[in-house]
Design a protein around this ligand. Structure first.
Ligand SMILES: [Zn+2]
Length: 145
């Protein structure tokens, strides 16, 4: 969708792929003339590395900001989990999601924190720590599934 020779949007392609208001929003995004390689950055952690815990905190911020005045964090948390547990999905999937949010899945990062394993490097890609976020989203193996 980007013409790398002129560093401009290929407007006809953007227009053909998106709804008009989406296309206008995309074409309004300024492009860098330096053609830097894209990279993913997670802004919710200091090291820019995704963690389920930080995603959970972000979700809670959204829930709290979406609530209308006078709501305490604990009641927002209760409503969030009540909503999660009411989703029409198999119980084992809800339970897995709950375990992922609570950082209690037996990932190597969690096992290393409990001194069960000495190293938390992902056995599959060997590129990062095997955290919950890595296993579920950022590992090259997870992206293929
Ligand atoms: Zn990996």
């Amino acid at each position: 969708m980007i013409d790398i020779t002129t560093t401009t949007w290929k407007k006809s392609i953007v227009d053909s792929l998106f709804l008009p208001h989406e296309a206008e929003a995309i074409k309004g995004i300024p492009l860098s003339s330096r053609l830097l390689v894209d990279k993913l950055i997670w802004t919710e952690t200091q090291n820019s590395i995704f963690s389920v815990r930080s995603a959970y905190k972000l979700a809670m911020k959204i829930v709290v900001s979406g609530s209308r005045g006078g709501s305490s964090d604990s009641s927002s948390l209760r409503r969030f989990w009540k909503w999660i547990w009411s989703l029409p999905i198999p119980h084992k999937v809800r339970h897995f999601g709950w375990r992922a949010c609570r950082e209690v899945l037996p990932t190597k990062t969690n096992l290393m924190r409990r001194k069960v394993v000495p190293d938390d490097t992902c056995k599959i890609c060997k590129e990062a720590a095997e955290s919950t976020g890595h296993v579920l989203w950022s590992c090259s193996n997870a992206k293929e599934a």
